[in-house]
Ligand binder design. Structure first.
Ligand code: ATP
Ligand code: MG
Length: 551
């Protein structure tokens, strides 16, 4: 392949000439700079061909006890590359076994050569040097010259030097590849975690790495993160907090922190729990912290707490109502007695009127408490349920004094079979939303209508409030979707929300094959239509229960 042989430098008995040493040094610079194995092997082969001057060069690597040709420059390269050698096979194979370089001139006359299938048996000389790293042969560099052109001992020495340089470079490139592989594995693992993961220097606190989800969730770019410390993720006033510096517990080498807040780039605060472990990153100690966003969980927890409190307040209220009954009956009895004896006393009528009112309140309170406690399905009169709920809402002063009401209840409304609390909660959530929507409206009219058709009960709750855009309307049944500020916001007087009302209503009604339909116009108001099968209809649709006898 190469042009005619021409020794440019005169060489003598194993003593290298200066230009060859310089070339070796230059080669060393070139190949040790290459970290990609394929590229490195090609550079070694080309350099060998260029510096030693020969007709062909083949670079073999030992893989699974086989000498595999990786790079070959010569006329029959294709044949050579498709012929792996066994250890011990031919001169290259035997060098792979002995680990000693060999120069065999006119190999065709010695019978030591291995004839590669598809190539002619031409006169040829071989120079094979082992690629040896710390006594381990990892491959063989094989050069050949054709015809009468033979190798010299100077060529042998030079090639040995080149081969040992190449072996060291191959070893580094392989190490680098393995490192790059493990770095890739680490990255893949790191980025496959759905929660945010940060790595920081435990001494300087500087952030060294962040997972893709950390970048996505926090809104910072990776570069911004790499210019921050782990403390910058926390609100300033909490950077010295006890929670941040005293772990909640340490288990199996993992340190857990609770009650921590992180601030996203847009300023939003989130509740997080942190689990941290000490690791080594690129040879240096580092700390990996998994930050789990628990904001949503905390919100649900607060909701449940609130519900529990309300439940106990409800129980307390029904107890009080019960205890009021006695004294109230006393007042009523004496007042009625007085009226009989002093028929002219107008004030007495006024007192009695108030007493009847209190009586009514106490009665509904007890009824509601009892209904609310029920867990079993029964036939329910929706009109009565609505009346009770609406009369309770009168405790809300905005509703009582500032909302006009119009109720139209169908006197022939069939009953619905359900757990009372499910229906009252489902309807109350919708009515509460209607009241909230009218907080700032010029006209505040709440209309509640019931009617029936084809065995279905239809309840319409209409408000003249702010209404909803298409976009809002498409999301209102999603849990946690809300356009209202959270309930724990300080000093806020207006409506607040958790975004659970409608999703809960939907779930409650679905238990009874109920549906909710919504119509709304921005700044005009909204109509929520609830359609429920009547008890009779539900019974008719119910598949007949399995009959069985107990013996
Ligand atoms: N009648 C209505 N008029 C205008 N918007 C409404 C109405 N009903 C619901 N919405 C919109 O739907 C959203 C979700 O309602 P949902 O009842 O699920 O949650 P919320 O009222 O925000 O909070 P809460 O959990 O306290 O009920 C509301 O935030 C509001 O934007
Ligand atoms: Mg609501």
């Amino acid at each position: 392949m190469t042009s005619s042989p021409k020794e440019t430098t005169k060489t003598g008995n194993g003593v290298e000439s200066l230009p060859r040493l310089a070339a070796l040094l230059e080669t060393s610079h070139e190949i040790t700079g290459k970290l990609e194995l394929g590229e490195l092997l090609e550079a070694v082969a080309l350099r060998a061909q260029d510096l030693v001057r020969c007709d062909g060069v083949t670079l073999y690597l030992i893989e699974d006890e086989i000498l595999r040709p990786i790079v070959c420059y010569e006329e029959y390269a294709e044949e050579v590359l498709s012929t792996p050698l066994k250890l011990g096979e031919g001169v290259s194979g035997s060098v792979a076994v002995t680990g000693e370089a060999e120069m065999v001139n006119r190999v065709d006359l010695t019978g030591r050569g291995f004839l590669i299938p598809g190539t002619p048996l031409d006169p040829e000389s071989l120079l094979c040097a082992p690629l040896k790293y710390k006594d381990e042969v990892i491959g063989v560099l094989t050069l050949n010259r054709l015809g009468e052109w033979e190798f010299t001992s100077a060529d042998l020495e030079f090639t040995k030097g080149l081969a040992s340089l190449a072996a060291a470079a191959i070893h580094s490139a392989r190490l680098y590849e393995r490192l790059a592989d493990s770095e890739r594995n680490y990255r893949t693992l790191f980025n496959s975690i759905g929660e945010a993961v940060f790595v920081h220097d435990p001494e300087t606190k500087r952030l060294l790495d962040a997972s893709d989800s950390a970048v996505r969730r926090y809104g910072y770019t990776r570069d911004e993160i790499l210019n921050m410390t782990i403390l910058d993720l926390h609100p300033e006033e909490e950077q010295e907090s006890r929670e941040l510096h005293v772990p909640a517990n340490i288990q199996d080498g993992v340190t857990h922190y609770r009650g921590i807040h992180h601030r996203k780039k847009d300023g939003t605060l989130i509740d997080v729990t942190i689990s941290a472990v000490d690791i080594e990153l690129r040879g240096r100690p580092a700390r990996l912290a998994l930050a789990v966003d628990v904001t949503e969980w905390h919100r649900i927890f607060r909701e449940l707490e609130q519900a529990r409190k309300l439940e106990s307040v409800g129980l307390l209220a029904s107890g009080i109502a019960h205890n009021l009954n006695g004294p109230l009956a006393g007042i009523q009895g004496f007042a009625e007695l007085l009226r009989a004896t002093h028929p002219g006393l107008v004030e007495l009528d006024l007192i009695l009127k108030q007493v009847y009112k209190i009586n009514e309140i106490v009665r509904t309170l007890m009824l509601k408490a009892r209904n609310q406690q029920e867990q079993k399905s029964r036939n329910i009169q929706i009109n009565a349920l609505l009346r009770t709920e609406l009369s309770f809402l009168e405790a809300n002063l905005f509703f009582k004094h500032e909302v006009e009401k119009s109720y139209e209840f169908d006197p022939m409304l069939p009953e619905v079979r359900a757990v009372y609390g499910d229906l009252s909660q489902a309807l109350l959530n919708i009515i509460n939303n209607a009241i909230d929507a009218m907080r700032d409206s010029p006209r505040r009219l709440l209309q509640v209508r019931t009617r029936h058709a084809d065995g279905q009960i239809i309840i319409e709750i209409e408000d003249s409030g702010i209404g909803m855009s298409e976009e809002v309307m498409s999301r209102i049944f999603e849990p946690f979707f809300t356009t209202k500020p959270p309930p724990d916001g300080e000093q806020f007087q207006g409506p607040t929300g958790t975004g659970l009302g409608l999703s809960a209503s939907g779930q409650f009604l679905a238990r009874y094959k109920g549906k909710i339909e919504v119509r709304s116009r921005v700044n005009q108001g909204s109509v929520f239509t609830i359609i429920l099968p009547s008890a009779k209809q539900a019974e008719a649709e119910q598949p007949p229960g399995e009959e069985f006898t107990v013996a």
